[in-house]
Ligand binder design. Structure first.
Ligand code: NAP
Length: 429
């Protein structure tokens, strides 16, 4: 096979960008043999050109001027690894104007300005690839878009944020509080100094929007995704879950029901027998159910420079091959306009722990509120302590709005002293 050189301009050279350069340098021969394309990273935009990045590039490769790379006629593919909205968005759009393919890992940008970017890529007839934007090193986007192109997915559950999965794993393994587990995650570099994007579920919501858009072929943006983080999870919630045969995970959930899409991120109790229950520490996994394929799970490292670089380099090699062949891969697949179901209209299962007065008739009083809101109870336990009792319920699948109304009524009931814990339950058959 004759070898074609394809020149890459890198925008950003931090955790992921520097791993991409090292991988291209170390594995370049393999990539050339396997694809017929030799990737050459010839120019790199950063903020600080003086910093030693631990590898060498030809003199003058580094610049602070990203526009000069995007405009450079010698650059074939632009790889955006700056992150955030601007200047990433403007630089990508400008690259398309020059007919260059773009590879990015930018979930934040894709989950809010995806339509604009894909329209521009379509207009230019070039690739916009983003394998690394969801679940870092796990090959996921191309399998979903290409390998499963003939499949109909009904449901997807994902653990797509390593920081929160690490924190919940530590809480479960050691009985730690959320602040203690967060502090440990920060000490080990799993959580940022400002952990908001992870612990409040923003990062997972952006990824959920991207995954839902791909599997249900409709545009879902980050703001469409209902979001709850993990800061409110108490050691007692985790202990209760364990006692009942569950583990607590922050899940990204996308479902298609009656032609409508629901997308949400929240903590949930997952049965210990479910494949996602064993995904621990900073690992990620995406579990889906398809009409023909049945259950499928993708598992691996969702972050870190080297794992994420494998996804970026895979996209670069693919874009390079397409460029050499004068073609492009599958573009945007948001071909339908599906309604996004409001959270209140979604259906789920719930766990509820109530502290109530220990007297005859309380269980019936409480159960009546479930009944008139059409929330059916699957299991109930009662434990008495002194003058107080604990009532624990797991419901059947019920409408979210109906469950929230039940909860609001129970909070007003004089027999209910405290709503000790409320958690959603996911992954039951
Ligand atoms: N880190 C991960 O594990 C991971 C996993 C999956 C996806 N991603 C995504 O990958 C992207 C990059 O993440 P990262 O962790 O590598 O970020 P990072 O370590 O913060 O690196 C950002 C890079 O962008 C450069 N930069 C910032 N502003 C710039 C500007 N205006 N012009 C030119 N260069 C600029 C920085 O330059 P200096 O080096 O000079 O400061 C740095 O090299 C993000 O979209 C992120 O969400 C990251």
């Amino acid at each position: 096979m004759t070898e074609q050189a394809v020149r890459v301009g890198l925008l950003g050279c931090g955790t992921v960008g520097s791993s991409v350069i090292r991988m291209v340098q170390e594995h370049g021969d393999d990539i050339a043999l396997r694809t017929g394309c030799r990737l050459e990273v010839t120019r790199v935009a950063v903020r600080d050109v003086e910093r030693d990045r631990g590898f060498s590039l030809p003199a003058g490769a580094f610049t602070t001027d990203g526009v000069s790379i995007v405009d450079d006629p010698e650059i074939d593919i632009v790889c955006e690894l700056i992150g955030g909205m601007e200047p990433a968005r403007s630089l990508i759009l400008r690259a398309f104007e020059h007919g260059k393919a773009v590879v990015t890992a930018n979930k934040e940008l894709l989950s809010s300005a995806g339509k604009e970017l894909f329209d521009a890529a379509d207009a230019a007839g070039v690739d916009l690839s983003f394998e690394a934007a969801v679940a870092g090193g796990i090959p996921l986007i191309r399998p979903l878009k290409e390998s499963l192109v003939g499949e109909r997915v009904s449901r997807l559950l994902g653990i797509v944020n390593g920081t929160t999965n690490y924190i919940l794993t530590q809480m479960s393994d050691h009985g730690w509080s959320f602040p203690d587990a967060l502090a440990e995650a920060q000490r080990l570099g799993y959580a940022e100094a400002d952990p908001t994007a992870d612990i409040e579920g923003f990062d997972a919501a952006a990824k959920c929007a991207i995954l839902a858009s791909i599997v249900f072929n409709t545009r879902v943006v980050a703001d469409d995704v209902y979001r709850e983080g993990i800061a409110g999870i108490q050691p007692q919630d985790i202990a209760d879950a364990k006692r009942l045969g569950y583990t607590v995970k922050l899940l990204a959930i996308a479902e298609l029901e009656d032609g409508e899409v629901s997308a949400r991120v929240h903590p949930a109790m997952v049965p210990v027998t479910h494949p996602l229950a064993s995904v621990s520490d900073a690992f990620n996994a995406v579990f889906l159910e398809g009409q023909k394929v049945g259950q499928l799970m993708f598992y691996g490292r969702g972050a870190g420079g080297d794992p994420t670089a494998t996804a970026v380099v895979g996209d670069l090699a693919n874009a390079a091959r397409n460029r050499v062949a004068g073609t492009r891969g599958i573009g945007c697949t948001c071909v339908y306009e599906r309604r996004i179901r409001p959270m209140d209209d979604t259906r789920g299962q719930y766990y509820l722990n109530l502290h109530v007065e220990d007297r005859p008739g309380v269980l019936a009083e409480v159960a009546e509120h479930f009944a008139h809101n059409d929330v059916s109870i699957e299991r109930v336990w009662q434990e008495g302590f002194a003058d107080e009792a604990t009532l624990v319920f797991i419901t059947h699948r019920a409408q979210e709005g109906a469950f929230q109304k039940t909860l609001a009524e129970l909070r007003e009931l004089s027999a209910v002293r405290a709503v000790a814990s409320v958690l959603r339950v996911e992954g039951e058959e």
